[in-house]
Design a protein around this ligand. Structure first.
Ligand SMILES: C[S@@+](CC[C@H](N)C(=O)[O-])C[C@H]1O[C@@H](n2cnc3c(N)ncnc32)[C@H](O)[C@@H]1O
Length: 244
């Protein structure tokens, strides 16, 4: 069997019905690599953005029967696309109160996909509102992040308010355990929550992973020792010494 034949998402393209599905082709490879092995798992799933509803049967077929699948869209017509066993909420992803209501009603989620309006403000409000409602180990996936380079969407090359720049700053927060410049780069609470930030072409995946300060291990003759010496930067004692 070829790798392509094993890819549920690529295979699904041959089974689509009259609901048009809109994705960039390479996303299907990313989804395969990222979660292809999780087919049939029961999850709480939220996707922002429905349009013709093409992704709904695909995700319904992919996830387990006891999953809780929720979609939201600003277009009231999308309510008609609700499939049995799924929920469609109508509202604006840039409306904080609406997003919190959706999160409290249907979350916490294991998988969140933002394929909505793709504006910087929309992506950021949704992320800020939903992040606390992402389960430990959960994935927050933002599609079409090339809009970060489009001024018409609030982005632009290195535009300070672009979602791309925001995610780049999260990379720093994730590494703030290792700070040697506390005055300008203090330990961030994000360091305890971020497990992975993956940048694909036009797609960003952020994994929530609660964890304490990283530990280095050494193993010799079958005996392992662990230390946080890595976090004792140069001459100063590690702020985590007490935790050892
Ligand atoms: C790219 S389409 C979604 C495609 C769908 N996820 C799929 O895979 O086939 C984007 C959708 O986002 C919706 N949208 C745009 N702005 C929005 C907003 N502020 N809040 C919620 N949904 C929005 C649009 O109405 C449209 O249906």
């Amino acid at each position: 069997m070829t790798a392509q034949a094993e890819n549920f998402f690529l295979n699904y393209l041959e089974r689509t019905g009259d609901r048009k599905l809109f994705k960039m082709h390479h996303y299907l490879g990313v989804y395969h690599d990222l979660i292809g092995h999780r087919r049939g798992e029961n999850v709480r799933f939220l996707e922002i953005g429905i349009y013709k509803g093409g992704s709904m049967p695909m995700w319904q077929e992919f996830w387990g029967d006891d999953s809780q699948l929720t979609w939201l869209d600003i277009d009231p017509k999308c309510k008609d696309l609700e499939l049995p066993g799924t929920t469609v909420e109508i509202g604006d992803q840039a409306n904080w109160d609406f997003m919190l209501r959706v999160a409290k009603t249907h979350g916490p989620f294991d998988i969140i996909i933002d394929d909505g309006g793709h504006g910087m403000y929309q992506q950021r409000i949704s992320f800020d509102a939903l992040w606390p409602y992402l389960n430990n180990g959960g994935l927050y996936i933002i599609e079409d992040t090339h809009t970060s380079y489009w001024p018409g969407f609030g982005g632009g090359y290195k535009a300070p308010k672009s979602f791309m720049e925001y995610c780049k700053s999260l990379i720093d927060q994730m590494h703030s355990w290792y700070t040697d410049q506390d005055d300008i780069f203090p330990l961030s609470p994000w360091a305890r929550q971020l497990g992975m930030i993956s940048f694909y072409d036009s797609m960003i995946v952020i994994k929530k992973q609660h964890h304490d300060a990283p530990v280095s291990i050494a193993s010799e003759n079958g005996k392992m020792s662990a230390s946080r010496a890595m976090l004792s930067v140069r001459d100063r004692k590690s702020i985590f010494d007490k935790a050892e």
